[in-house]
Design a binder for this molecule. Sequence first.
Ligand code: PRP
Ligand code: URA
Ligand code: MG
Length: 212
Amino acid sequence: MRVQVIDHPLVAHKVSVLRDKNTPSPVFRQLTDELVTLLAYEATREVKTVQVQIETPVAVTTGIAFAKPTPLVVPILRAGLGMLEGMTRLVPTAEVGFLGMARNEETLDIITYAERLPSDLTGRQVFVLDPMLATGGTLIESIKFLFDRGAEDVTCICLIAAPEGLARLEEAYGDNDKVHLVLASLDEKLDEKSYIVPGLGDAGDRLYGVAH
Ligand SMILES: O=P(O)(O)OC[C@H]1O[C@H](OP(=O)(O)OP(=O)(O)O)[C@H](O)[C@@H]1O
Ligand SMILES: O=c1cc[nH]c(=O)[nH]1
Ligand SMILES: [Mg+2]
């Protein structure tokens, strides 16, 4: 597994504003969208392409197009939805599949309450979007789901991760070079409720309002 923490002042600045508890939902949504576009720049570096011939007003030259089958983008509902538009803006030919997962805040078990994905992902490059990697339970479950369907490789774009979750992911996929993780920040730790410290609170609630 490859892990990249994007060290860039534009990323760090946007994450700082996201963390601020006084940042209202509309600004939080806008920053989430902008951050995805910055992280996607690295996350898509190995997206498969083919050469195509194009004609400029001056000459014939060679360009590239995304290869087929097209990449699949999978936002993990709810919070991952806030990252979807930023990603599809950059990869407009991508298809989108949905996984709805929620962490039971008492037991930390993962409940999969929605799934709308192609049944066969053979040969597909998949980009998973979820702002938070806390205990790692959600991401491990999602990656397993996608490989079980035949995905060729899985790149996860997360905004903030905890070292505990990253360690669990390493345990599960450490020697799998088909898993790639791109982060804006690797934080200090989890608190007693398994929230990321300093983190930004509940990403889904901050994007869309308190669920319960
Ligand atoms: O690494 P984990 O410990 O599994 O936690 C991370 C998950 O928690 C959040 O979702 P949540 O369950 O709050 O659902 P929501 O997006 O609907 O708020 C977050 O968006 C991740 O999916
Ligand atoms: O800090 C956390 C942990 C899990 N889910 C979130 O949204 N935030
Ligand atoms: Mg939540």
